[in-house]
Design a binder for this molecule. Structure first.
Ligand SMILES: Cc1ncc(C[n+]2csc(CCOP(=O)(O)OP(=O)(O)O)c2C)c(N)n1
Ligand SMILES: [Mg+2]
Length: 362
């Protein structure tokens, strides 16, 4: 039978696991841009380490670690202009930080304060979405609003997970993205796991990128632990989106090195040998090797960067704890606020009792 159609899914890798550069594919970022990217990745890793300690000390609530996913989160965000929109899920603190979300807000959010989800005035960044894949629809909505308003030279970058691609929201989003030709770049963080569900139980498809084919839009698979490949793929897709070329799906192949959230123990469902194997593909030392070969980095700079970032984190933790204390003092019953539009009597009574206890009256 003749084929009605055939398709291929390109794969982009610039720096392989051994740090070997494919010079023809090198996007050749300027020194300044490359160092900004590296700073963002190291900062995100240090923040993740601190979040885990704060959680273990009971100073924040549960959070979703990002270790291992720094290249696939930071590099796309680095390519955004102030006119572009950023739409994130719960595991994109590296992208949020790259975008300029103040660090203390990341801590505050993970300590359970909704104020942690506030974005700076005028920033085209959405509060993070916890409802898996819902944000893909929000991104397409923003993209279509841009189309209707005739807004040019701006794009939307949206992140979702491998598990998110099994949601109806994702298929609806990419389908309409194709029909409407919205300026949206979808980055699928294929970190191999959706809590305890491995990719093999998520889909029978060979790649997640090929899901774009059914929506009539370009799909590409990228080594998500290769900062240069992620930088190049997202830059090209965003440029195309901004110039009227429509949406793109980018599958970033990466790995969730830590637990799903701190409420979960991955040793119960995955083999530690798998985690060990992925350690060799760590995006940070791989990109550092590239910077060193270009003469842009060395041990002294590394030491200075790590101590600068740790100092910033110390200061931000103080800022977060002071802010949390103020919020609790001014509004201790905030957690009762948004449960119901019309609170049931029992909840009202609980709230009043809670407040009496806070005031030391009960
Ligand atoms: C609609 C919906 N269903 C279920 C959940 C509970 N949940 C939170 S994260 C998650 C798995 C997400 O996996 P993936 O999309 O691969 O993202 P990752 O956690 O790996 O970053 C689930 C099922 C949710 N938040 N939203
Ligand atoms: Mg996942």
């Amino acid at each position: 039978m003749p084929a009605v159609t055939t398709f291929t899914i390109p794969y982009l890798q610039v720096l392989d696991e051994h740090g070997r550069l494919d010079a023809k594919k090198d996007p050749r970022p300027s020194r300044e841009v490359a160092l900004r990217l590296y700073h963002g990745m190291v900062r995100a890793r240090e923040v993740d380490d601190r979040l885990l300690k704060l959680q273990r000390q009971g100073r924040i609530g549960t959070f979703a670690p990002t270790t291992g996913q720094e290249a696939s989160s930071c590099a796309p965000a680095l390519n955004l202009t102030d006119r572009d929109w950023l739409v994130v899920s719960f595991r994109e603190a590296p992208a949020q930080l790259m975008r300029g979300i103040p660090l203390f807000r990341i801590f505050l959010y993970n300590a359970g304060f909704e104020e942690g989800n506030e974005v700076p005035e005028g920033s085209r960044t959405l509060p993070l979405a916890v409802i898996v894949a819902s944000q893909a629809l929000h991104a397409v909505g923003i993209g279509q609003a841009m189309n209707l308003r005739g807004e040019k030279d701006a794009a939307v970058l949206v992140f979702l997970g491998d598990g998110g691609t099994s949601q109806g929201d994702f298929y609806e989003a990419i389908n309409l993205a194709g029909v409407w030709q919205v300026p949206v770049v979808f980055v699928i963080q294929n970190n191999q796991w959706a809590i305890s569900t491995p990719l093999a139980r998520q889909t029978r498809a060979e790649t997640l990128a090929q899901k774009a084919v059914a929506a009539g839009i370009p799909g590409i698979r990228v080594d998500g632990n290769d900062a240069l490949a992620m930088f190049r793929a997202t830059r090209e897709a965003l440029d195309r989106a901004r110039s009227g070329g429509g949406p793109t799906v980018i599958e970033a192949v990466t790995y969730r090195m830590r637990m799903h959230t701190t409420a979960d123990d991955p040793k119960r469902y995955r083999d530690e040998a798998e985690v060990e194997a992925w350690k060799a593909k760590d995006p940070i030392p791989r990109f550092r090797g590239y910077l060193e070969k270009r003469g842009w980095w060395d041990a002294a700079r590394e030491e200075a960067l790590v101590s600068e970032v740790r100092k910033e984190i110390d200061d931000s933790v103080k800022e977060f704890e002071a802010e949390a204390e103020r919020l609790l003092r001014e509004h201790p019953d905030a957690s009762f606020d948004h449960l119901y539009a019309v609170p049931p009597a029992a909840l009202k009574a609980q709230r009043e009792e809670f407040l009496r206890r806070v005031r030391g009256e009960a």
